[in-house]
Design a protein around this ligand. Structure first.
Ligand code: FAD
Length: 383
């Protein structure tokens, strides 16, 4: 049985110094009225100016080598910065995907030219990337991807469609997992990651509106889009291995349990004013669950720091973390004295409304909880 291991991981003293720096920066930004805390800010709050200010402070691409615009810091230092940004509900969506998974993917598998071209602008917070995995017939079963890559002279032609592409309408590039050959017996062969310039001829981006009318999701159509040969990442046909690694980055961070943190903070504050021992017990349980999740998550950051690929551990924490986020919303709903509204002057009401609107996606995006449990079961040797 391949059990998973969560070794206790301490944060270094340098990380705590950094934490104070980030807190001071965020306090200044808020005092200057440059952002309002938001639940689910890491996917929904897109603010290029804020991302560029973070980039200028060295808070993006923190672990990447300095030669590519990074800052050579540890995964644990990066963890602390993420934790503070998420706890503050800061508008980090513009650069989040590039920093979290596309930069590390290019660093690991990209060509030297790709590293030099893409990483510095990502680290400056000025280049935004979309994830091009899901398709109408390929969600949990990513190997069913059908967008087709065919050779054409010096490069390739891409035809097909992606769906649920978060923020693609505001992004410069998409990392698209596409079919370059037959799936083979494993169904994992013949897949390739390509960099698609979202302004290239033949790319059409159409919104899928949210229930509240917001524009977050897109359908992205590729109609005979030319993909230069140098925009293939790594080897043709190596897409499955790359995407598996990428998903470990996508699933392993503290955003998988801190999405509703601004609401949790308001829940604790409101609970203090209520003489309700049953509620106090529920809120205390929530906070202790958060403390346990955080320990597990910091342990994963330590694994990343040591160069490991904690696929099973990340699946476990994402499953538990997103269930925790739902619980925060449920308890807040029971405490609400009025209908939650994003237009309210009361923070509790706004954050609750945001958590209710966005909540259904927490346990779906980045791999559904059923799929994550399957990964954990396989890690335990149960399937
Ligand atoms: C907020 C949000 C943002 C997203 N952003 C992006 C993005 O930027 N880029 C992108 O590519 N995708 C994105 N997605 C899509 C997301 O990755 C998919 O929704 C997810 O992988 C599930 O795929 P699906 O929606 O096709 O559901 P399906 O795969 O059709 O699953 C439907 C249901 O069946 C269950 N199920 C499926 N297969 C199994 C199985 N083998 N065992 C047990 N149960 C199973 C699932 O758990 C789920 O409950 C986003 C989704 C959300 C909600």
């Amino acid at each position: 049985m391949t059990a998973f291991t969560f070794a206790t991981q301490r944060l270094p003293a340098t990380a705590e110094v950094l934490r104070q720096e980030v807190r001071d920066f965020l306090a200044e930004e808020q005092a200057a009225g440059r952002f309002q805390p938001v639940c689910d800010a890491w996917l929904g709050s897109f603010d290029p100016d804020f991302s560029q200010r973070l980039g200028a402070r060295g808070y993006i691409g923190m672990t990447w080598p300095k030669t590519y615009g990074g800052h050579g810091r540890s995964a644990l230092e990066r963890y602390v910065v993420l934790e503070e940004l998420l706890a503050a509900g800061a508008p980090v969506a513009a650069h989040w995907i590039a920093d979290r998974q596309m930069g590390p993917l290019i660093l690991r598998h990209g060509s030297e030219a790709q590293k030099q071209r893409y990483l510095p602008e990502m680290a400056r917070g000025s280049a935004y990337w979309a994830i091009g995995m899901s398709e109408p017939g390929a969600g949990s079963d990513l190997s069913a991807v059908r967008s087709k890559l065919e050779p054409d002279g010096d490069g390739w032609r891409l035809t097909g469609q992606k769906i649920w592409s978060s923020g693609a309408h505001d992004c410069h590039y998409m990392m698209a997992l596409v079919r370059s050959g037959p799936p083979g017996d494993s169904r994992h062969e013949g897949l390739t990651n390509v960099i698609v310039d979202l302004r290239a001829p033949g790319v059409t981006i159409r919104p899928i509106r949210l229930l509240d009318g917001g524009h977050h999701f897109n359908e992205v159509f590729f109609d005979d889009v030319f993909i230069p040969a140098d925009q293939v990442v790594g080897e043709v046909g190596d897409g499955w291995r790359q995407v598996t690694e990428e998903l470990a980055y996508e699933r392993s961070g503290p955003e998988r349990f801190l999405t509703t943190f601004p609401l949790l903070r308001a829940v604790v504050e409101r609970a203090r004013t209520l003489a309700d021992p049953y509620l106090h017990r529920e809120v205390a349980l929530l906070v202790s669950e958060l403390a346990a999740l955080r320990e597990l998550s910091i342990s994963i950051a330590g694994m990343l720091e040591r160069g490991a690929n904690p696929v099973v551990e990340a699946a476990l924490v994402k499953d538990a973390g997103t269930q925790f986020e739902r619980k925060v919303t449920e308890i807040a709903e029971r405490m609400a004295c009025q209908m939650p509204s994003t237009a309210s002057a009361d923070g509790f009401s706004v954050w609750l409304a945001q958590s209710i609107y966005h909540g259904p996606g927490f346990t779906l995006r980045g791999g559904t909880n059923e799929i994550l449990r399957g990964i954990v079961a396989r890690g335990l040797g149960l399937r």
